[in-house]
Design a protein around this ligand. Structure first.
Ligand SMILES: Nc1ncnc2c1ncn2[C@@H]1O[C@H](COP(=O)(O)OP(=O)(O)OP(=O)(O)O)[C@@H](O)[C@H]1O
Ligand SMILES: [Mg+2]
Length: 232
């Protein structure tokens, strides 16, 4: 089942001379774990932001779960219900506790404060942070902050997880632990993950590797982890 489809998508930011997306066409199926690689400035974040509808392309089409969202409202709806984000910089709200941060995406989707609280507790337990729920981001380590951000990304049980350098601010050991956590999110294969990373050591987690350069996909290959490997 197709989860994400881009067709001839082009984006050039105002005031720049190069295309951040230069005729990108790709189709991503449900359950894939796609790692997006490429040099700095090649267009990896642009790719993720286009999939999330945070950037509007100049031309081309984007389908999420079989539909092309139109306008801000439809995209906001898609993000709220189908997409979870994990960023390099965590993007947690500094004044809120871990438990409160995880509830933010639920405000528009889950009715009842008690239900939201219960769901947030469950998610924080899932990422191993049951003992840190009442702490604010400044009272947490980088790895713990990223765990909170992952729990928040899972709040509405999204079909798609977009991760932009999720281990970029972490030391190597903590990065490995976060990658194991992301892998465990993928294990049931009912979620689709698209992750931009510079780290070659995370390629073994992927079912597919897309290489970017100058706003274009220059290589696209499935790995041994893919259920499709061996059948092609
Ligand atoms: N909001 C913006 N305004 C102007 N130019 C932008 C904007 N966002 C990205 N760009 C440009 O688009 C190109 C692609 O950027 P992008 O952030 O997608 O690269 P990237 O592959 O994610 O790089 P990195 O590995 O450093 O994160 C770059 O030339 C960048 O300078
Ligand atoms: Mg980037």
């Amino acid at each position: 089942m197709q989860m994400i489809k881009l067709e001839d998508v082009t984006k050039q930011f105002k005031g720049t001379s190069i295309k951040a997306a230069d005729g990108v066409s790709v189709s991503i199926e449900k359950g894939e774990f796609v790692v997006v690689r490429g040099p700095s400035g090649s267009g990896k974040s642009t790719f993720l932001n286009l999939i999330a509808g945070l950037i509007t392309p100049e031309s081309g089409s984007i389908l999420i779960d079989g539909r092309a969202p139109r306008g801000r409202r439809q995209w906001a709806q898609v993000r709220a219900t189908k997409i979870g984000f994990i960023f390099q910089s965590f993007n947690l709200i500094p004044t809120l506790t871990a438990l409160e941060n995880v509830q933010v995406p639920m405000l528009g989707t889950i009715k009842g404060a008690g239900k939201r609280m219960a769901r947030a507790r469950e998610l924080l337990e899932q990422v191993g942070l049951q003992h840190r729920m009442a702490h604010r981001p400044c009272e947490l380590s980088g790895g713990e902050c990223q765990r909170v951000a992952i729990a928040r990304g899972l709040a509405n049980s999204p079909l798609i997880i977009l991760a932009d350098e999720p281990t970029g601010n972490l030391d190597s050991e903590t990065s490995s632990a976060i990658m194991e956590l992301i892998k465990s999110i993928h294990d049931s294969r009912d979620r689709t993950i698209v992750m931009a990373t510079h780290e070659a050591r995370f390629i073994p987690y992927a079912t597919r590797v897309i290489s970017y350069q100058d706003g274009r996909i220059i290589k696209d290959s499935i790995t041994n982890n893919s259920p499709m490997s061996g059948t092609l």
